[in-house]
Design a protein around this ligand. Structure first.
Ligand code: ADP
Ligand code: 5GP
Length: 238
């Protein structure tokens, strides 16, 4: 792939969709892969905008036909990234953003080791629970059982943070948006992409912001999150 493949993963409720939507409206030349899923549309979601909603039989047929770059079972529903998302972005000379879970990200990294991997963390379990509850309320239904299940899963997902090159802690939204956009700009700059278009003053600031999000430089912000979720820091990042 000529363009850059960006992968973003996060525990549900961390604010990943909010960040990605902002990125999509602010950054040009970045396509977003619309995944296929067997789950039902939520709230105001629309076919072909957030997802392609298909039944399990159709999903399994696509899997057998090798139409997915990756696929995974997340919370009991199937999700997959169509291979054509990559070829479409490539044909347009665009970068591509995949919003996928930690299992799917691991599959894509094996096939595309040049991909840029970004993990978004909530500041702590209490904030995550509040965001999950607020979102459920806004969508008209709160299932405390679903929220507890997602909180438990969040801890397991956070254990995979050290597979990702960049880490964002989504505390203040504007800061996290700026960091995400800086990572895109920095990767484009380092790879000599013509789509890069900031002034000289801007680029130095953006490069510095992106550097602070590299996992090795972000640990002072990451360790309190790991502690709050009860995740032990792996030896290689100490
Ligand atoms: P995800 O895509 O990770 O599941 P969402 O983007 O749907 O999460 O965000 C979950 C909820 O948290 C939404 O109600 C969203 O408006 C809110 N939210 C996202 N980021 C922040 C933030 N930095 N501060 C406060 N609320 C946030
Ligand atoms: P939601 O149903 O809340 O939109 O997403 C649930 C989880 O599925 C999120 O972690 C999201 O990143 C992940 N997801 C969405 N699309 C895909 C996909 O195509 N592949 C994989 N592996 N995960 C996905």
């Amino acid at each position: 792939m000529a363009g850059i493949l960006f992968i973003i993963s996060a525990p549900s409720g961390s604010g990943k969709s909010t960040l990605v939507n902002q990125l999509r409206s602010d950054v040009r030349g970045l396509d977003f892969s619309i995944s296929y899923t067997t789950r039902e549309p939520r709230g105001s979601e629309q076919e072909g905008r957030e997802y392609h909603y298909i039944d399990r039989a159709t999903f399994e047929r696509m899997q057998q036909a090798n139409e997915f770059l990756e696929s995974a079972d997340v919370y009991g529903n199937l999700y997959g990234t169509a291979r054509h998302s990559l070829t479409d972005a490539m044909n347009h000379g665009h970068d591509l953003l995949l919003d996928i879970d930690v299992q799917g990200a691991a599959q894509v990294r094996r096939e595309m080791p040049d991909s840029v991997n970004i993990f978004v963390m909530p500041p702590n379990p209490e904030v995550l629970a509040t965001r999950l509850r607020n979102r459920s309320r806004a969508e008209g239904s709160i299932s405390e059982e679903v929220i507890q299940r997602r909180l438990a899963k969040a801890r397991v997902e956070i254990e995979n943070y050290d597979e990702y090159g960049y880490i964002l802690v989504n505390d203040v939204l504007d800061h996290a948006v700026e960091e995400l956009e800086a990572i895109v700009a920095s990767e484009r700059f380092h790879r000599g992409q013509p789509s890069w278009s900031a002034g000289a003053g801007d680029i130095n600031r953006l490069l510095a912001v992106a550097e602070r999000c590299r996992r090795s430089h972000a640990m002072d912000r990451v360790i309190p999150v790991l502690t709050a979720f009860g995740v032990t820091e792996p030896a290689r990042t100490r």
